[in-house]
Design a protein around this ligand. Structure first.
Ligand SMILES: NC(=O)c1ccc[n+]([C@@H]2O[C@H](COP(=O)([O-])OP(=O)(O)OC[C@H]3O[C@@H](n4cnc5c(N)ncnc54)[C@H](OP(=O)(O)O)[C@@H]3O)[C@@H](O)[C@H]2O)c1
Length: 278
């Protein structure tokens, strides 16, 4: 591998906001590897041509971001059971014969980010409340169930979308009406925001925390800003918080293992370098 120039990419539309190039190019430098990770602005109608070009261009693979994660499922040659369950591909791996394999590492990023902040975290410690039912929520619910969660209260503005998610994930997921989201926090051991609310340019998530036990862990998968209004409010009332950037950082680890056979580390230095740009 020492003589090979390693290549990977992130495809999205738009793509300029992505912190992935900074993450992966940090790891190339840290491992002393010759390589590059490039942001590619790919509109959905060009995704198939872009993915099919990867083997000829010597790319080991790519990540996918909004709005391409679902569409890629119908393009790649194989989709593993995890990505199929989550319903989205976050990472494409170019196999030796040029075939494209789709996997989803977002759930891994969610779980390992929480474990980095709270090493003794147990998803089966009590009910988890998940706000939102989009692609991020599906990865979070998958991760919670993989870690043994027995009760997930799922609450989304559009009720039917939450119902669809619950049907895919089985009995552990209980759908809660949007109007009941404040009360759903009663007795919860964990709260995760997976909506885009609280992201820069968006209003804060409209959620009253008064019913949430102060022992509950609060995570927001939104990472711009570093600390969302939800996390700030939770911290002030004494809850332990887990910021969202680490979900992005940790999902890169299995991607590197699959692309390059290397296990990179999520270090404080890496986190600080990327947080400085948020
Ligand atoms: N940290 C990470 O690595 C990571 C990974 C994935 C995603 N994310 C972040 O997570 C967020 C969601 O991403 P996604 O891929 O799941 O998006 P998505 O599939 O488009 O889902 C968006 C979610 O936000 C909800 N929502 C949007 N506007 C709302 C509003 N005004 N009030 C209440 N709910 C609202 C949607 O509810 P409806 O169904 O009612 O529209 C839906 O549940 C984004 O900010 C993204 O950057 C972070």
């Amino acid at each position: 591998m020492a003589d090979r120039f390693l290549l990977a990419a992130v495809m999205g539309w738009p793509i300029s906001q992505s912190r992935s190039p900074m993450l992966h190019n940090f790891w190339f430098a840290r491992h002393g590897l010759k390589g590059s990770y490039v942001p590619l602005a790919i509109p959905p109608e060009r995704l198939e041509a872009a993915l099919r070009a990867l083997p000829a261009l010597n790319f080991s693979g790519c990540n996918l971001t909004i709005p391409l994660k679902q569409k890629a499922m119908a393009i790649v040659d194989e989709v593993d059971i995890t990505a199929r369950t989550i319903g989205a591909i976050s990472c494409v791996v170019v196999k030796e014969d040029g075939r494209l394999a789709g996997v989803n590492n977002d759930w891994y990023g969610f779980v390992h980010n929480v474990l980095e902040f709270v090493p003794d975290w147990r998803a089966d410690a009590g009910p988890a409340v998940v706000i939102g039912a989009g692609g991020g929520a599906r990865a979070v619910v998958y991760g919670l169930i993989a870690r043994g969660a027995r009760e997930i209260r799922l609450c989304n503005r559009t009720f039917e979308r939450a119902q669809g998610l619950a049907e895919a994930f089985g009995d552990a997921v209980r759908v809660v009406r949007w109007d009941d989201r404040h009360a759903a926090l009663d007795g919860a051991a964990m709260l995760v925001n997976t909506t885009s609310q609280g992201m820069v340019g968006q209003p804060p998530l409209d959620l009253r925390l008064d019913k949430l036990p102060t022992t509950a862990l609060v995570n927001d998968i939104v990472y711009i800003p570093r600390e969302t209004p939800l996390l700030a409010a939770a911290r002030v009332r004494g809850n332990r918080i887990v910021t969202g950037l680490g979900m992005l950082l940790h999902q890169g680890v299995p991607a590197w293992q699959a692309w390059f056979g290397v296990t990179p580390q999520v270090t404080a230095e890496l986190r600080a370098a990327i947080e400085a740009t948020l």
